[in-house]
Structure formats: structure tokens, C-alpha cells
Design a protein around this ligand. Structure first.
Ligand code: NDP
Length: 483
């Protein structure tokens, strides 16, 4: 397999998982032929209609989901190691993602057991109530950056809502989804309730999105793909939830605790090698402290321990694949053609520790205008652009001046100002004097081109259902035609 190639055999019959730390083959899975998609969808409907899952009592359903969580936790070490090799992320981070996957099932076990539906005050001789029905068959399409965590955060609520789920992982990280499906089955989820299909997004993924039997699509990935999916779903009026990209501003005011702010700015962009939708990829520092903050972040970038993901000292591992690393390098080169100064990184590292892997150095760039390519486009790598701001109005115009609106970070000792800026900026998540906090009970999603819908939280289960109003007549009088 030449470095940089997509991880599929020429006939697209097999998907090969390549360890981006050294280029070795981790495993292969069979690709789902396009001709099999109809049968997969039919099997999902069959499971939805005939398996006991949909009508299962909530306390019993919760037991199965708790058991899935327990089994994920019991296999955590093995799953984390597999994910590390599949995606290149540091082992400790993969371990945290496996814990998060178990947590999603545990959380939605609690939600499904305690969820209430509503009875509305009567406005006539009837009882009016609301129930939430599953869609039937839901497709969950996930990216390569956080496989088991993203997969569980979709599959757990979609199953809890009573759906049959078809999961399509990225062809770059195909190994965790089948493990999740196996664990679900072993824990007591009925056959066919969760199926995994494997293959390219433009073929297998697109076939699922276009299939009239798929009633709802939950997608996480790039904005361009999200648009394409939204277009097809819109045409056939299928429901979509889209969790897309970002170009999140990380803002440092002069009155902030600058040591804490600098550490968080570095963690916010270099964590996960920048392959995070909420990466704080644009640093805005107030003019009076701009030089001090940017120099400190650049020094931190140069000191980052770029290592093999299994090294206990690793801070940044390789990128997820060779072709993605090359895309990041090309993106930076294209952006720098518009100007800008590289203060740290800006290159593929060389030497015995790096030559076999898909590494890219933590990078800090300044001297570009807010409309430059590198300040507008999502790079999805460890690349930070730094910009000064003069005052709040200047900051808001620049920070909101991209197509995205996923998240932002604000560092200031003035809670009034942080609150004001946080309420004003167009972002789905706002972190004040912290960054990248996320958990299953807080809703997550984007403004503008960063997405549609909110995942997680109690309402995350309702995302996978449709509200139905039921009226139960109480009158024993014949209805009159003219009311
Ligand atoms: P994509 O958006 O292309 O992929 C995400 C998932 O969608 C994968 O499973 C992919 O399959 C699938 N897919 C691709 N095209 C289609 C389609 N037409 N219909 C249905 N499914 C499809 O992300 P990439 O992996 O190509 O990354 C591109 C960029 O997206 C990144 O550089 C980054 O900017 C952003 N991104 C954002 C993420 C986020 O968390 N918001 C996560 C990942 C990427 P397959 O991979 O098998 O082709």
C-alpha cells in the first residue's frame, strides 16, 4: 500500500486499516457491496417490526444498555489499543474515548428508563397526550477522528429511542464499529437491530443516504459532505442531524490569567493533533498582550512531545492517515502562498522516529488577515493561526467572520465581559476560562455551517424519534358536523 493511498483494495472489496504511526496493516474488513444495501435496509426494517426491541419495557431496555456499557468497559484496554492503531491517537486518549462510549450507553439507559411523556391540559372532552415514536430505520455515518466515541454517542440514543440502526464508519477507521456491534449483540440487543456497513462514503454512504427506507440520517464529518447529504435528504424529505466542521476562535483578553490561557490555547489546537471539530484553530489575542501570548504559544508548540501514540510521554501522535497528513501539509503550503509567518512547525518532521508515520509538527502562523484561506477553512490538523484584536467590536466581527459556528473559548477575569461575548458569538458551545469540555449530558452541535440539530443530553434521545399527539375521546355524545 503506497503511503497516501486510500485504504481500500482496487476492487473496493476489502478495507484495510493502516496504522498511521508506522504504515503497518492493522486489519482488514470486508466492504459491503452496493448491491447488498437494499438487503441491509430490509433486514433493519424486519428487525424493527418483529424484534422485541421497539416495544420492550423501558426498564428491560435499560438493562440491555447497561450491559452493553459494562461489556465495553470490560474490554476497554483491548478496544483502546485497537483504536490507537486504527486512528493513531494517543493510547490515553483512546482509553478516554472507550470510557466515553460506555458512558453514552449508561447515560441513555438512564434516560430511556426515566423519560416521561406529556399529558396536556384538556381543552375538550378528551385526553391529549404526546408520545415519541422511533423513525424505524436510522443511518449513523461517522468520521475517522474519534471512532468508538462518535459511534456510541449516535448509536446509544438511536437504539434507546427504539430504532433499528445501520452504522457506517469511515473507511479510514473501520475496525471499531464491528466491535461495538458484536458487544451489543452479546449484551442482548436483538439480531438485526444494529448492523454495520463498510465502504467508501461516496458509494456506500451515499447509497444509505439516498435509500427511501432510511428515514433519518445522523452524520458527523466535513461541512462539504454534510451539505451533500442534506441536499439528498432534503429532496426526499428525510430527517437529518448534521454535526460538521469548525474554525473555532480561542480568545484571550489582556486581563486573563495568561499562563492558564496559553496552556489552554495549546491544548485546544494541538490535542488530538488538531483533528477535532472543536479545535480552537484561530487564536485572537488583545493587542496589548498579543506578542506575549503568541510567543508563549509558539514556544509551547515547539516543546510539544510529538511521539508514537503508545509512548507514555506522547502529547501529539501522528495524524489519522497518510493521505490526511498530506492534505494538511498541502493546505498549509497553499495558505502560506498568501503570506504569513511560521512561528513554529509548518512541516512534516523527519528522522528515525517520524519517517514511517503520518506526523505533522504543531504549527503556529501569524501575519495573515482574517479573510485568508488559513483563517477561513478548516484544516483539521495541529495548525493555529494567530490574529490580534483591538476591542470587542473588532473581535466579534473577526471571530464571527467565517462560515462556521461550532465553538469558542474566552479567557478573561471579567465575567461580565466573558458572558457578553459568549452570548453574542455565533457558536454552539462557549467555554469561559476553560476549553474543549464536553460530556454526554450537555447538548452539542453547531450554528451556521457547523451543523443542524443537537446531539447528547436528555433531548438527544428525542432527536432519534418523532413526536406524535394522541387524543383519547371521553365524550359519549355523538359528534356534530358543525362545531
Ligand atoms: P467526510 O465528511 O468525507 O467523512 C465523514 C463520513 O462520511 C465518513 O464515514 C465518510 O466515509 C462518509 N461520507 C463521505 N462522503 C459521503 C457521502 N457523499 N454520503 C454519505 N457519506 C459520506 O470527512 P473526511 O474524512 O473526508 O474529512 C474531510 C474533512 O471533514 C476533514 O478534513 C475535516 O475538515 C472534516 N471533518 C470533520 C469532522 C467533525 O468531527 N466534524 C470529522 C471528520 C472530518 P469514508 O470516510 O469512508 O469515505
Amino acid at each position: 500500500m503506497p503511503l497516501g493511498a486510500r485504504a481500500m483494495t482496487p476492487a473496493d472489496a476489502e478495507i484495510i486499516s493502516i496504522d498511521p504511526a508506522d504504515g503497518s496493516i492493522v486489519g482488514t474488513v470486508e466492504a459491503t457491496p452496493l448491491s447488498a444495501i437494499d438487503a441491509v435496509v430490509a433486514r433493519a426494517w424486519e428487525a424493527f417490526r418483529t424484534s422485541p426491541w421497539r416495544a420492550m419495557l423501558p426498564q428491560r431496555k435499560a438493562q440491555v444498555m447497561q450491559e452493553i456499557a459494562r461489556r465495553i468497559a470490560a474490554e476497554a484496554d483491548r478496544l483502546a489499543t485497537l483504536q490507537m492503531r486504527d486512528s493513531g491517537k494517543p493510547l490515553a486518549e483512546c482509553r478516554a474515548m472507550v470510557d466515553s462510549a460506555a458512558g453514552s450507553f449508561r447515560y441513555y439507559a438512564g434516560v430511556v428508563e426515566t423519560m416521561e411523556t406529556e399529558v396536556h391540559p384538556a381543552r375538550g372532552a378528551y385526553v391529549a397526550m404526546t408520545v415519541v415514536e422511533p423513525f424505524g430505520v436510522v443511518a449513523c455515518i461517522t468520521p475517522w477522528n474519534s471512532p468508538i466515541m462518535n459511534e456510541a454517542s449516535k448509536v446509544a440514543p438511536a437504539l434507546a429511542a427504539g430504532n433499528a440502526v445501520i452504522l457506517k464508519p469511515s473507511e479510514d477507521t473501520p475496525l471499531l464499529a464491528p466491535e461495538l456491534a458484536r458487544i451489543c449483540l452479546e449484551a442482548g440487543l436483538p439480531e438485526g437491530q444494529l448492523q454495520v456497513v463498510q465502504g467508501r462514503g461516496e458509494t456506500v454512504g451515499a447509497a444509505l443516504v439516498a435509500h427511501p427506507g432510511v428515514r433519518m440520517i445522523s452524520f458527523t464529518g466535513g461541512t462539504q459532505t454534510g451539505r451533500a447529504i442534506g441536499k439528498v435528504a432534503g429532496e426526499r424529505l428525510a430527517t437529518v442531524a448534521l454535526e460538521l466542521g469548525g474554525k473555532s476562535p480561542h480568545i484571550v483578553f489582556a486581563d486573563a490569567d495568561l499562563d492558564l490561557a496559553v496552556a489552554a490555547v495549546a491544548a485546544g489546537i494541538f490535542g488530538s493533533a488538531g483533528q477535532s471539530c472543536v479545535a480552537g484553530s484561530r487564536l485572537f489575542a488583545e493587542e496589548s498582550v498579543y506578542r506575549q501570548v503568541v510567543d508563549a504559544v509558539a514556544a509551547r508548540a515547539r516543546a510539544v512531545r510529538v511521539r508514537h501514540p503508545a509512548d507514555p510521554q506522547v502529547e501529539v501522535g501522528p495524524l489519522c492517515s497518510f493521505h490526511h497528513r498530506d492534505k494538511v501539509a498541502a493546505h498549509v503550503a497553499r495558505g502560506l502562498a498568501q503570506g504569513g509567518t511560521v512561528l513554529a512547525g509548518g512541516a512534516i518532521p523527519t528522522g528515525a522516529d517520524y519517517d514511517a508515520g503520518a506526523y505533522y509538527l504543531p504549527t503556529v502562523i501569524e501575519g495573515l488577515g482574517p479573510d485568508a484561506l488559513l483563517c477561513q477553512e478548516e484544516i483539521f490538523g495541529p495548525v493555529l493561526v494567530a490574529l490580534p484584536f483591538a476591542d470587542e467590536a473588532d473581535l466579534i466581527a473577526k471571530a464571527d467572520g467565517t462560515a462556521f459556528g461550532l465553538a469558542c473559548g474566552i479567557w478573561s477575569e471579567s465575567f461580565r465581559r466573558a458572558w457578553r461575548i459568549g452570548r453574542t458569538l455565533e457558536a454552539g458551545s462557549v467555554w469561559i476560562n476553560t476549553y474543549k469540555q464536553s460530556h454526554i449530558s450537555s447538548p452539542f452541535g453547531g450554528f451556521k455551517a457547523s451543523g443542524i440539530g443537537r446531539e447528547k443530553g436528555i433531548d438527544g434521545l428525542r432527536l432519534y424519534g418523532q413526536v406524535k399527539s394522541i387524543f383519547l375521546g371521553l365524550s359519549d355524545q355523538p359528534m356534530s358536523i358543525a362545531r
